[in-house]
Design a protein around this ligand. Structure first.
Ligand code: NDP
Length: 372
């Protein structure tokens, strides 16, 4: 499959149903002018699986450089130091983390820790005067998200959530088709994401409430929630939800294994979703008055495959992480506010829904979501 640069993707912008199949009209935002020849210096905090995925994003990014690490594992510190030629002063442990405030050569901390550590380290990074990217889910509650946003505002730094799909052409097209009602109003969305966790060691943090916050809803369901929100361009008003069966009781003692939910939006549209740890599912389908559009795979790393009721999609594969890093880097370098879709408030909006889903599943009742 052809790989395109972000710039060539932006240049293919078009409009209309015909053009929609290869050239999404929902262009990425135009970038402000960043300082020429300057990259944002990023310290990655928590060198696990996703930090390794991000390596390729850094390699392709024009506006962000991997300049430091925070790790609790000395062997990883040594390896990353060697691979990225990092000076010792840019290598931190969780104990020395707060010393980042004395290091002008780090601009931003990218937090790829287990979910339960996001809030603490985002706030500590802000207090050290560093901009922050925090991985999804942003935190466990709306209140936590607000604390993180407030801490960053008080410190005068910017806060982003690592929402890579906003930089992916198939998803830009879903937004355009839904929000511009290209096939008429969307009435029903199905969006589901799940992976089999059988064989996972029982001490894995994803299975621990304190570190994961929940099961697949926290880790994967956030993508389903978000796709409904950005395809409709609306915030849900109510939710019903049901826990599914526990097929791996030895693993799922603290967090859910399966959960399904139904979101109602102000237009009357419904988004119905499942997220699971006992099978693989990765799909999105939107039914509108005059047609449909779908992706399968849809919400993972891709490459994605999709179609409308008229024709197949044919969009380029982009490095989602590089595109996201570039957008964040360019805005911060230009000292302009991050776009709404990547800023902290976007994470809070998802958490408002996720909190509601858990409340609905716990109570068995329809939950009206509080105003934002
Ligand atoms: P991993 O378990 O692979 O890595 C987490 C790392 O955090 C560890 O390797 C460790 O790094 C550090 N760590 C610090 N304290 C702990 C602790 N108590 N328990 C376990 N690890 C600890 O997780 P992932 O990389 O898969 O996920 C990290 C975050 O990234 C999660 O929030 C997840 O939701 C998100 N994510 C996002 C994806 C996306 O597509 N946007 C995809 C996958 C994950 P060290 O040894 O360096 O201290």
């Amino acid at each position: 499959m052809t790989h395109y640069s972000r710039r060539s993707f932006i240049q293919t912008v078009g409009s209309g149903v015909g053009a929609a199949l290869t050239a999404p009209a929902f262009a990425l935002p135009t970038y402000p002018d960043a300082e020429p020849n300057r990259k944002l210096n990023v310290a990655l905090c928590g060198l696990g699986r996703y930090a390794n995925v991000l390596k390729k994003g850094f390699a392709e990014s024009q506006y962000c450089r991997l300049a430091g690490v925070v790790t609790g594992t000395p062997a990883k510190a040594a390896q990353w130091k060697q691979d990225y030629k990092l000076p010792d002063k840019n290598i931190y442990s969780y104990q020395t983390f707060d010393q980042l405030k004395n290091n002008p050569d780090i601009d931003l901390v990218y937090i790829t820790l287990p979910n339960g550590l996001h809030k603490e380290y985002a706030i500590r990074a802000a207090q050290a005067g560093k901009h922050v990217i925090v991985e999804k889910p942003m935190a466990f509650t709306v209140r936590d998200c607000r604390e993180m946003i407030d801490a960053c505002q008080q410190a005068g730094v910017q806060l982003a959530v690592g929402y890579r799909l906003h930089y992916e052409p198939h998803h830009r097209e879903l937004m355009r088709l839904g929000q511009q009602k290209v096939f008429g109003p969307v009435r029903l969305i199905e969006a589901s994401l799940g992976y089999q966790l059988a064989g996972t060691p029982p001490d894995d943090w994803h299975l621990k409430k304190a570190l994961a916050g929940g099961g697949p809803l926290m880790n994967l369901g956030v993508y389903c929630v978000q796709s409904g929100r950005y395809v409709l361009g609306e915030e849900p008003i109510a939710v019903t939800a049901q826990y599914g069966p526990v097929t791996l009781p030895d693993l799922f003692r603290e967090v859910e294994e399966n959960i399904t939910w139904q979101l109602t939006f102000p237009s009357g549209a419904v988004c119905t979703s499942a997220t699971t740890s006992n099978c693989t599912i990765d799909r999105f389908y939107a039914a509108a008055d005059e047609g449909y559009f779908e992706l399968n795979p849809a919400l993972s790393y891709g490459p994605f495959k999709g179609r409308t009721s008229q024709a197949a999609f044919n969009f380029p594969v982009v490095n989602q992480q590089a595109a996201m890093l570039d957008d964040i880097g360019k805005h911060i370098l230009a000292k302009t506010p991050l776009p709404d879709h990547i800023a902290g408030l976007e994470g809070l909006k998802d958490m408002r829904v996720i909190e509601g889903i858990y409340r609905a599943a716990d109570t068995g009742s329809r939950v009206t979501l509080p105003p934002l």
